[in-house]
Every structure is written in C-alpha cells, then in structure tokens.
Design a protein around this ligand. Structure first.
Ligand SMILES: [Zn+2]
Length: 118
C-alpha cells in the first residue's frame, strides 16, 4: 500500500483522534458511534474509517467493556500531529500573540509530513 499524504477528508476525520487523542466509541445500544462516547460529537464509521484502518492510521480496539469497542489513532497517525504548532493550528510570537493560521497543517494535522519536519 503506497503511503501518499492523506487528503483533506481523511485529515479532517483523523483530526480529533490525532490532536485531542479522542477515540470513537461504538456500542450496540446506540445507533451512532461517538467520539469519546459523547453524544455531542457523533461520528460516522463507514468506508472512510475502514480505509484509514486499512492504511494503518486507525486501529480497532477490542471490547474493554462488554460489547463496546473503540477505534483510535495509531502511532502512525499520531505522528501526523503538526510539529510547527503542536496541533493548535495557530502560531504565536514570543509575546504570545496570535500571528495567524499555521501554514503546515489542517487544524493541527500536518498536510505534508514527508520532509516537512525540521
Ligand atoms: Zn500546524
């Protein structure tokens, strides 16, 4: 499987897992999978999630509680957290002032991590 950079949809999908360390919680008693089991953050688990599992960016974690299982970012995915802004997606000067959007990432997920590290 070739390792080309992720597209915008894939980065957006992985963003909470990479930047916040969230996991997708899947329970048979609920219709919708949820980030962190929180009803405020539903997430669709379909072909996109399966593709990211197949590419090694997400992994399925077998049930910790009975019938409830989760999907989380792998080390490979965590390595995509932007090194320039450390996932904040904004840059700050020495006085702590916001000097704009980080050019290297999409909301903290590195856009082109290959060769982008210093
Ligand atoms: Zn960044």
């Amino acid at each position: 499987m070739s390792d080309k950079p992720l597209n915008a949809r894939e980065r957006a999908y992985l963003q909470p897992a990479i930047v916040y360390g969230w996991e997708i919680e899947i329970s048979p008693t609920r219709k919708t999978p949820l980030w962190q089991g929180d009803v405020l953050t539903p997430v669709k688990v379909g072909p996109l999630a399966e593709a990211l599992v197949a590419k090694g960016y997400l992994e399925k974690v077998l049930p910790s509680e009975i019938y409830t299982w989760s999907i989380r970012a792998t080390e490979k995915a965590k390595a995509l957290q932007c090194r320039k802004c450390w996932g904040h997606s904004r840059l700050y000067n020495d006085e702590g002032q916001d000097i704009g959007r980080c050019p290297d990432c999409d909301n903290g997920v590195a856009v082109n991590p290959i060769g982008g590290e210093k």
